[in-house]
Design a protein around this ligand. Structure first.
Ligand SMILES: Nc1nc2c(ncn2[C@@H]2O[C@H](COP(=O)(O)OP(=O)(O)OP(=O)(O)O)[C@@H](O)[C@H]2O)c(=O)[nH]1
Ligand SMILES: [Mg+2]
Length: 400
């Protein structure tokens, strides 16, 4: 699972990345601070299953905090994109190649309206962030279109002459964008395109439409209405306008700044904060500056918006939008592995994954020698085609 943080320059992508990963990265109030991508691990928040069995889980990856299990996902923060990037404006869109493998893009928007399309600072309320939503999506779609077109051009003759199936060929040609055959077949269905509609290969308008649909199906975009803390009234007003203008888009208000402060103070042992919560506890000595900052965060962010939004957007992305499920390997006799680690793993599986897919994810031998599976909660037997549900605990039994 890889999630890309993208958007125009100077909107807080790297700050959010730092808040998510706690990695030290360059942050500054001017455009194009980030050029080389930052890559690291963030975590989705899952209610752990250990408490149901009165045991304390001991994750191999990620961590436990209170009743939650934080399961790692990869995050990448890339250089800013400006309108016209596909024609070479700004840094162009070559760096978008850094997010080729992403399963989803978080579009970080400056909801305070302080920065123009190029990321230059104008002061709060001086730019309409809804513009960004429109051109950004177009740029991403252009990026897809250009890759698809370039690859198709090289293969167009062969596809036509040999009467090859368009969806399969396309899937092969653009597999480097982490696009699966089902993304393409769904897009064909959405647009009513058949596998032998070779004409679309010569029609740039239709091809752009197809590229945009494949993009939407394979790399959905979720919007982080970021920097809500800069001016709460402007942020709320802009947020309302954005939601009215784009009723179909998922827009989550965020403050990377607030999340970063809370996470850092938690790490220092000065507060106890569970990412995503709407509250924290002071447990150490805070200096005046820290006190002021968290008082503001409490009053203006947590009370007004119910969280900093950063954990919410990750969870929403993985579980609501991509519809992944978190699955725990376990056994009806023991929840520990050979080394005595209790509930050591939690795997994120794509929607529609079966028990056999899960066996394969743990080890290909388990899938090869699969006999049966057991639902550890109910102790019922499951066939290999059982579709996994979120927070299932599954025991796989295979021939040794
Ligand atoms: N108040 C506030 N400021 C923020 C927030 N996020 C980022 N900033 C500030 O916005 C400026 C840009 O932040 P960055 O994280 O470097 O932005 P970026 O999008 O990575 O910028 P580029 O790498 O140049 O594209 C810095 O001055 C940050 O301190 C936020 O949530 N609230
Ligand atoms: Mg940056």
């Amino acid at each position: 699972m890889l999630i890309g943080l993208t958007g125009k320059p100077n909107v807080g992508k790297s700050t959010m990345f730092k808040a998510i990963t706690l990695q030290d990265v360059a942050i500054a109030n001017y455009p194009f601070t980030t050029i080389d991508p930052n890559k690291g691990y963030g975590f989705v928040k899952v209610e752990d299953v250990g408490p149901e069995f009165n045991v304390k889980s001991n994750p191999r990856n990620g961590f436990i905090k209170d009743k939650y299990r934080f399961v790692p996902i990869e995050i990448i923060d890339i250089a800013g994109l400006v309108p016209g990037a596909h024609e070479g404006k700004g840094l162009g869109n070559k760096f978008l190649d850094d997010v080729r493998q992403a399963d989803l893009l978080i579009h970080v928007v400056d909801i305070s309206g302080s920065t123009n399309a190029e990321g230059q600072y104008l002061g709060p309320g001086n730019y309409d962030p809804s513009n960004d939503i429109i051109w950004y999506e177009e740029e991403i779609n252009w990026w897809f279109f250009n890759i698809i077109k370039k690859n198709l051009e090289k293969n167009i003759r062969k596809i036509k002459n040999e009467h090859l199936e368009l969806d399969k060929e396309l899937a092969k040609l653009i597999s480097g964008l982490n696009i699966k055959e089902y993304h393409i077949s769904k897009s064909f269905k959405d647009l009513n395109i058949n596998n032998d509609d070779y004409d679309i290969l010569d029609d740039d308008n239709k091809l752009f439409q197809l590229a945009s649909t494949i993009r939407k199906n394979s790399k959905p975009i979720i919007i982080a209405a970021n920097r809500i803390d800069i001016n709460i009234d402007i942020a709320k007003n802009n947020l309302k306008k954005l939601k009215e203008k784009f009723p179909d888009k998922i827009i989550i208000p965020t403050s990377g700044y607030a999340e970063l402060i809370l996470k850092e103070l938690d790490k220092k042992g000065k507060i106890y904060y569970i990412p995503g919560d709407n509250h924290f506890k002071i447990i150490g000595d805070l200096n005046d500056k820290e006190k002021k900052a968290i008082e503001f965060i409490k009053e203006k962010i947590l009370l007004e918006f119910n969280s900093t939004g950063v954990q919410d957007i990750l969870n929403y992305s993985v579980f609501d939008l991509l519809k992944y499920v978190a699955i725990f390997p376990g056994g009806i006799d023991s929840l520990a592995d050979k080394e005595g680690r209790i509930l050591p793993d939690c795997f994120l599986m794509p929607p529609g994954s079966t028990v056999l897919d899960f066996a394969n994810r743990i080890h290909s031998d388990l899938a090869k020698n699969f006999i049966k599976a057991i639902d550890v909660r109910t102790k019922k037997m499951l066939g290999k085609d059982y579709i996994l549900k979120n927070r299932d605990i599954i025991q796989i039994i295979a021939n040794a």
